[in-house]
Design a protein around this ligand. Sequence first.
Ligand code: MV4
Length: 670
Amino acid sequence: MFTKILIANRGEIACRVAATARKMGIKTVAVYSEADAGAKHVAVCDEAVCIGPAAAKESYLCADKIIAAALATGAQAIHPGYGFLSENSDFADACVTAGLVFIGPPASSIRAMGSKSAAKSLMEKADVPLVPGYHGDNQDADFLQLEADKMGYPVLLKASAGGGGKGMRVIEKSADFKAALASCKREAISSFGDDRVLAEKYLQRPRHIEIQVFADTHGNCVYLFERDCSVQRRHQKVLEEAPAPGMTLERRAAMGNAAVAAAKAVGYVGAGTVEFIANQDGSFYFMEMNTRLQVEHPVTEMITGTDLVEWQLRVAAGEPLPMLQHQLKLHGHAIEARIYAENPEKGFLPSTGTLKHLRTPSAVTFELGNASIPAAVRIDSGVRAGDTISPFYDPMIAKLIVWGEDRNEALARMAQALSEYQIVGLANNIAFLQRLIASQSFSSADLDTGLIERNGDALFPAAAPVSIDVLALAAVALVTSEKSAAANDPFGNTSGWRMNSGLQRTLHFADAALEDAEAQPLTVEYQSDGWQIGLGSASVKTTLSLHDNSDFRLTLDQRAVRGSVVRDGDVFHVFAGGGRTALNYNDPLAHAGAAEADGGRLTAPMPGKVVAVLVEKGQHVKKGEPLVIMEAMKMEHTIAAPGDGMVEEVLYAIGDQVADGAPLLAFKLA
Ligand code: MV4
């Protein structure tokens, strides 16, 4: 076995490979770009080598720099992860030339599967089923139309050089054929510089079902059952599961044997995936083979109790496969959800920035390999709280993988784990994933590649009004933070600050998900043992039973309510009842003050009385910190710092009456 390997990747997959290497006592070398110097994958490896600037083309895609790093650090093998150089046959060759082991298939297998049309004719010879169609060289329009007429409509034209859904045309009837062919060829030449097309019978509502295969250098090749990856958005997988719902033993064996035949036809070694497109009736056809470990490999690990990275390392070191076909057993059901930094409400626009707050579901374990009871909840992630998601790389934050005895148990665990996932700082798809797994189509396993588009309405419901539970949590978080700010201040302590019964203030929180949302006034009346909180005609007696950092337990009348509130500037992120709500806190007084602050003064928004002065002359404060509290018409108003800065002068004392517009403090912004 190797004693040291280099991991030619970043993010979650680099961390994933490092975890198995550590388990096996193998030292790891990370490579990283200048943007990743502080990244998690660098921290979890034993050594690290910087290989260039942030752009992948100048770092993670530089074969020469990576091979030089392996040679310089004494690594014996390179694991490419997925993406980047993982399916680059020249890189695989270059590793071998440099005397290093490429932890992946032989370059010849990568090449054989890399050319889609050549792969199809190889598969045809190996008796792997192909979609009925014409994949040949004859590009004559009349000939192609005749072929289409023979297979029957609808027909799908695909660019031979295409992939990822580009350059495809569905043709409903023969009369439309010529126009569609011309348009498909135009797109193919402009996108791929190659106008050859192939014609296939078009499958309606197909499923994406792929088979995990594994081969060693001793002639063994097995399949580790299937994954259903039908739930995609623009050819990006969103949910993956194993086994595929509705799969029969006969069809599993037929697909498994076809996948093994495909792997053997190209002399495959290592981990690979054979993708099939399947009809609702179960008939299946070869699409392509991915000659690498895939993102969604954990669902296979969970149902088979294997560590596929360990298998990769053993096979690359020349050992035989740890298990043969008859030893592989399928146990339970696993589902993976990809958590992305993206905004589903804004067309899934990627989001970049800092993970200001991150809390992952509890009871997370990471046990692989011969585990009789698989980990029930697993998170594979390449980022930690405080890390950034940059525009340079894939915006995936984590993979959340759950296991259950059956699909319903796995679904319930997924729902629970998603509800416990807390992210602040980046737009993310967690609420979308919650709706997706709860959708009628997904929960009843009515799967096909058009599921997300077909369920648009259910997946993007109109926003519901913010509940009083959520507003109460935000309000209590706000008033308790002010109270502790006052208590921490020596002048605050002696200032006569009080929670006097009957004092009432009005808070304005607006749903941040809605543009121009009207903030409903929330009234908070201080009482000796809590608050009376009112919203419209509703009013609840609120007491605080537990407060631990961002976690709160309240009693609203007779109901116990718990949740977490994370404040990010003027935005309060409330996690409660499995949901997540961002509230814009509009403190009109702080903003009125802010408008005046440029002139160096914070002014009274209305006539009233100063009830608390929380700062002293010369004190440095942070943006949003409460400075002075005024009372007017039995309502309390906080004058907060408009930005980071310094109090130059305090112009009033507790008990003073002030006129509308009177300067309260002289304030200097930092
Ligand atoms: C198809 C098809 C229906 N019929 N071929 C899309 C990407 C490319 N790799 C193959 N694709 C498809 N080929 C026939 N004959 C539907 C798709 C397809 C699809 C396939 C797998 C996963 C997601 C998909 C989303 C849309 C269309």
